[in-house]
Design a protein around this ligand. Structure first.
Ligand SMILES: Cc1cc2nc3c(=O)[nH]c(=O)nc-3n(C[C@H](O)[C@H](O)[C@H](O)COP(=O)(O)O)c2cc1C
Length: 355
C-alpha cells in the first residue's frame, strides 16, 4: 500500500501532499495556483506583481477554479501590502508568504484569524528571526534556488534551520522530483517548495518563447547569481539583458531603471512619490546606488518583459539551477502525481533494501 506522505505541513495547509508551488512574479497566477491545489499541492499567488485593483479578482478567480486552499505572497515594501493583508483576511485565504516579516502586530492579526504565516528565508538568522516574530512554518531557500537567493546550499541550510527552530521547515531550491522530496523528508523537512519546476509546466502562463529559453539551458553554470538588476543577489539565466546590465556601467543602469520605473508606475498605479518611497524602502537593505534602488523598486517590470511579453532577450529570467536538468513541460496534475509516486516507490525500495 502506498505511503500517504502526510506531514505537519499538509496538516497546517490542508493539502494532500507536502508540495508547495511558490510565489513567482507574473508566473504564479490563479490558473497555476488552482492547478497546483487541484493536484493535491499548495500554491501561492504572486501578490507583488498582480495589480492592486486586480488582487481581489485574482483571489476570487482562484476560488472559482479550485475548492482547495491556497495562499498569497506579498512583499513588505509593496505600497499596497496593508490592502493585501485586508483582502487575505476578508477572503479567509489559508496562508501568506513573505520574505521580510510584516511586523508583529500584522502577524498577530493574521494568526488570530487563522491565516498560516509562512515566510521564505535564505539564512539561519532570518529563519530564527521569522520564528521569533510568529511564523507558523518557514520555507528555507538554498543558494541554488531561483530569484533572490542566499549563499548557503539547500541541504546545509535545511540542516542548520532544522536544528535551530521547532516549527515545520520546508525545503526549497533545486527540487523537481520524487528523489528530492524523499531526501528532504528524510532530512527532517515537512515538505518541499518549488518555483522553477512549476514555472516550467503546461499550467504556467509564461509565453512559449520564454519557456523555450528555459528549456534550452543545459548547463547549471549558465544560471548565475548577479546583483546587476536590483543590487540584491538574484539567480537568473544569463541572457542578453543581463550581459548589458553587468557590463554597461552606471549610466546605462540608471537609464534602464528610469524606463522601467515609468512603466511600473503605469502598471501599479503608484504615484511618483509612492514609487520613490518603495525605492527608499528597498534601499534600507543598504549599499545600493540610485540606479539599483530604482531598479529594485521596479524590478517586476524588467521581469515582465520575459514573463508576459515573451521577449526572453529583453527581460530578466529568474531561474533555479534545477532548470538546467528540466526538459519537459508537464501539467501540474501529472507533475505532482509523478513526484508523489516516485517518492513512494523510492521509499518502498529503500525499506526493502535496508531490511
Ligand atoms: C521566475 C521567478 C520569480 C520569482 N518571484 C518571486 C516572488 O515574487 N516572491 C518570492 O517570494 N519569491 C520569488 N521567487 C523565488 C521562488 O518563490 C522560490 O523560492 C524559488 O524559485 C525556489 O527555488 P527553485 O526555483 O529551485 O524551485 C521567484 C523565483 C522565480 C524562478
Amino acid at each position: 500500500m502506498a505511503i500517504a506522505l502526510d506531514t505537519p505541513l499538509t496538516e497546517l495547509l490542508g493539502c494532500r501532499y507536502p508540495i508547495i508551488q511558490t510565489a513567482m512574479g507574473w508566473v504564479a497566477d490563479p490558473r497555476l495556483v488552482a492547478a497546483t491545489g487541484n493536484a493535491g499541492g499548495f500554491g501561492f499567488l504572486a501578490g507583488a506583481t498582480i495589480e492592486p485593483q486586480q488582487m481581489e479578482a485574482a483571489i476570487l478567480e482562484t476560488r472559482r477554479l479550485t475548492a482547495q486552499p491556497f495562499g498569497v505572497n506579498f512583499h513588505l515594501y509593496q505600497a499596497n501590502a496593508p490592502q493585501i493583508v485586508e483582502l487575505v483576511l476578508k477572503h479567509r485565504v489559508r496562508a501568506v508568504s513573505y520574505s521580510r516579516s510584516p511586523g508583529q502586530q500584522m502577524i498577530a492579526r493574521l494568526k488570530d484569524a487563522g491565516v498560516v504565516c509562512m515566510p521564505t528565508v535564505g539564512a539561519l538568522k532570518h529563519a530564527q528571526k521569522a520564528v521569533a516574530m510568529g511564523a507558523d512554518a518557514v520555507v528555507v531557500q538554498g543558494a541554488e534556488g531561483g530569484g533572490h537567493t542566499g549563499t548557503v546550499p539547500t541541504s546545509q541550510l535545511l540542516h542548520q534551520v532544522l536544528a535551530a527552530v521547532s516549527v515545520p521547515v520546508v525545503a526549497a531550491g533545486g527540487f523537481k522530483d520524487g528523489a528530492g522530496l524523499l531526501a528532504a523528508l528524510a532530512q527532517g523537512a515537512a515538505g518541499i517548495a518549488m518555483g522553477t519546476r512549476f514555472l516550467m509546466s503546461a499550467d504556467s502562463p509564461v509565453p512559449a518563447a520564454t519557456l523555450a529559453r528555459y528549456l534550452a539551458v543545459s548547463d547549471p553554470a549558465q544560471i548565475i547569481v548577479s546583483r546587476a538588476v536590483d543590487g540584491l543577489p538574484q539567480r537568473m539565466i544569463r541572457n542578453e539583458l543581463l550581459q548589458r546590465l553587468e557590463t554597461g556601467g552606471a549610466l546605462r543602469r540608471l537609464w534602464l531603471a528610469l524606463g522601467s520605473g515609468l512603466a511600473y508606475r503605469r502598471h501599479s498605479g503608484l504615484s511618483l512619490v509612492q514609487l520613490l518611497l518603495t525605492a527608499v524602502n528597498q534601499r534600507r537593505g543598504g549599499g545600493l546606488t540610485l540606479a539599483q534602488s530604482l531598479m529594485a523598486a521596479n524590478a517586476p517590470m524588467v521581469i515582465q518583459k520575459a514573463m508576459v511579453e515573451g521577449l526572453p532577450a529583453e527581460g530578466v529570467l529568474p531561474a533555479g539551477q534545477v532548470a538546467a536538468s528540466i526538459d519537459s513541460l508537464p501539467g501540474c496534475a501529472e507533475l505532482i502525481e509523478q513526484i508523489v509516486q516516485d517518492a513512494q516507490a523510492r521509499l518502498e525500495d529503500l525499506c526493502r533494501r535496508l531490511s
